[in-house]
Design a protein around this ligand. Structure first.
Ligand code: FES
Length: 153
């Protein structure tokens, strides 16, 4: 589990020890700490929250933002929801595809990972994207790739 021991992860989750209602928050904390949620962490969250592994797995698989593998250095999310469709995300997605990134498949290339998402809360500036959590409004394939290349260094 990266550079973190099971003990250090359990310490990190300490405030939620025995709290069955804190499964989602615990998974978020693990992902914040490691960048993803390895399979073994599901057992740690279950142990810490005093719930079954199946309950933790159910929460983990329900939310698409949780990752089971380490992400690329630059994670790009491109919005495909209605407002961004109205402002031209289809042509943006097509341009990215022509450059080797299929956002529907989560393509990873040159340490840049492209993913689709549904509304980044930046609808007024669509098409909207996000690179490692930083929003890009009126996104173009050029602005996205420029930001992603900086983030991937
Ligand atoms: S619909 Fe794209 S940011 Fe809201």
């Amino acid at each position: 589990m990266s550079n973190y021991s099971e003990e250090s992860i359990l310490n990190y989750l300490g405030p939620y020890k025995g709290d069955a209602s804190a499964v989602l928050r615990s998974l978020q904390l693990v992902q914040e700490l490691l960048g993803y949620v390895p399979d073994s962490a599901l057992d740690l969250v279950a142990k810490n929250c005093n719930v079954s592994r199946a309950e933790v797995y159910g929460v983990f698989t329900f939310y698409s933002d949780f990752r089971s593998t380490a992400p690329a250095k630059a994670v790009v999310k491109v919005c495909v929801a209605e407002a961004c469709q109205a402002s031209g995300c289809a042509s943006l997605i097509s341009e990215l595809h022509d450059k080797g990134y299929d956002i529907h498949k989560g393509t990873v290339k040159a340490d840049i990972q492209m993913e689709q998402t549904f509304c980044l809360g930046n609808c007024a500036l669509g098409p909207a994207a996000m690179v490692n959590g930083k929003p890009i409004g009126r996104a173009t394939s050029a602005s996205i790739l420029a930001a992603a290349k900086v983030a991937a260094k």
